[in-house]
Design a protein around this ligand. Structure first.
Ligand SMILES: Nc1ncnc2c1ncn2[C@@H]1O[C@H](COP(=O)(O)OP(=O)(O)OP(=O)(O)O)[C@@H](O)[C@H]1O
Ligand SMILES: [Mg+2]
Length: 454
């Protein structure tokens, strides 16, 4: 149509243009390989068309560049994309072997339950890249090694459900996240559900807003250095020989002292996502399914380099001792599994708890640091009060923050609550300023919550 009135017209993105070029290339290679196969000349891979030049700012070009993918790897990726984006390209592979009245073994492939087209397997990739050439076929296997970027970064894998069958018989599976990234340019963030019991945590605050004692900061800084330079220390400095990968830290201290905030800021500063797993939920609710769900979190976290933040970690330390009911035994098993995964995790894991009392030696040996978050002192409380008011002019002249900070021993979390309550009081009475009395009421309410009086 030339008048521009197409009802469903939307602009094709640069990502889609790159995918289309790559799929055109796959179609051309497939066509050529089939011709070679049926004309019985075994060689001729050199004759295959070169991979296309892609728009540099497309997600596909980025992934290729990021992992240094060569033509063979690009072809496997294009093959994994085909059922999602252009399934009919693979229909040519349905051709039957007349002599045997069945499909060709060398094309591989399988039939889905609902998908009508040809679903590629490792064998299909081998047909495209190796044919009867054993050396090429063996080289292809390296693409499905867990250490290959495809596996390590959770891009694609061979489904390994049937143990007794050859590896290349596994279905070629592109991850939902990779498809999303390739088509939109952004990594999709898995949402919270029972099958994925981890939630992305973020904050609008910055390092400068964090108020901690200097010795706590020093310990936090060690984690930050590890986040930035861990891989270099392990590989370039050769620490991998003696040091277990990853960094495990326990944050403990009273509620509202900034444990969660610090974990979130660590991720923000290093530009990695922080995912929070609520252990009390895991241990009590998802008995049975837990291992599988946790495995999902760890696998994703590993391939995407997330920081894992386990909150309410006392659920983990408390339950180990007795195993009277079968539920307890079950959760003991899960805890053992979780500890093992935490110990083997190559990234940063932070566990947080309010209680330190029942953490035994066996646990503490596994942590690289145990960081105590104390209640803030008067000077820190004043910084907290001041830092939380984006507009100091909102305070009425009768408010004396120095005295408030001096007199009331509150953690940062409680100070936020007081401020919120006081602001609501002021707004309710149509005042533009928070008065000393608003704050006093908020303080009284907060202290009552903590079982104290003003
Ligand atoms: N040390 C701090 N520096 C700056 N702000 C803080 C600090 N501690 C707490 N806050 C404020 O209080 C809020 C709640 O703190 P946070 O959730 O980090 O506490 P927590 O130690 O994780 O508590 P809990 O043990 O109850 O989980 C933060 O989002 C922040 O606004
Ligand atoms: Mg917390």
């Amino acid at each position: 149509m030339s008048n521009g009135a197409e009802p469903f017209a939307i602009a094709s993105s640069v990502h889609n243009q790159a995918l289309a070029l790559e799929l055109d290339w796959l179609a051309a290679v497939l066509q050529l390989r089939l011709e070679q196969h049926f004309q019985q000349h075994a060689e001729g891979f050199e004759a295959a068309p070169a991979p296309p030049e892609l728009p540099a700012d497309s997600a596909l070009a980025c992934i290729i560049c990021e992992h240094g993918l060569d033509a063979a790897e690009r072809l496997v990726l294009a093959l994994a994309l085909a059922p999602h984006l252009r399934p009919e390209v693979l229909d040519l592979l349905f051709v039957r072997n007349q002599n045997l009245d069945r499909g060709f073994t060398e094309f591989g492939g399988w039939k889905g339950q609902r998908h009508g087209g040809f679903l590629p397997t490792g064998e299909t990739a081998a047909f495209l890249l190796a044919g009867a050439d054993l050396t090429r076929r063996i080289a292809l296997l390296a693409q499905f090694d867990p250490q290959h970027p495809f596996g390590r970064r959770g891009i694609l894998k061979l489904d390994a459900d049937a143990d007794a069958e050859p590896q290349l018989a596994g279905a070629l599976q592109l991850s939902a996240e990779a498809l999303q990234r390739l088509s939109t340019g952004v990594w999709h963030k898995p949402d919270y559900n029972a099958r994925f019991p981890a939630k992305l945590i973020t904050t609008a605050l910055a390092w400068d807003d964090l108020v901690l004692a200097p010795d706590v900061f020093e310990e936090i800084d060690a984690i930050q250095v590890w986040l930035r330079h861990g891989p270099a220390l392990m590989h370039e400095w050769g620490l991998a020989k003696s040091v277990k990968p990853g960094y495990r830290s326990l944050f403990y201290g009273p509620p509202g002292t900034g444990k969660t905030l610090t974990a979130t800021l660590l991720g923000k500063a290093a530009n990695v996502d922080v995912y929070r797993i609520d252990l009390s939920m895991i241990v009590s609710k998802y008995i049975g399914e837990t291992e599988k769900n946790l495995a999902r979190v760890f696998d994703q976290a590993q391939s995407r380099e997330w920081v894992l933040f386990f909150d309410e970690a006392d659920a983990l330390f408390g339950k180990r001792a007795s195993a009277s009911s079968s539920n307890d035994r079950h959760s003991n098993q899960e805890i053992a599994y979780l500890l093992q995964r935490i110990e083997d995790f190559p990234g940063v894991v932070i566990l947080a708890t309010n209680l330190r009392a029942n953490i035994d030696e066996a646990f503490s040996r596994r942590f690289q640091s145990m960081i105590y978050f104390p209640m803030p002192d008067a000077e820190q409380r004043l910084r907290l009060w001041r830092g939380m008011l984006a507009q100091p002019g909102r305070l009425a002249p009768d408010v004396d923050l120095e005295t408030l900070a001096e007199r009331y021993e509150l953690a940062g979390g409680a100070i936020v609550n007081v401020l919120r309550y006081a602001a609501i009081q002021a707004r309710r009475q149509n005042r533009e300023h928070i008065s000393a009395s608003d704050l006093r009421q908020g303080l009284a309410k907060e202290l009552r919550k903590e079982g104290k009086t003003v």
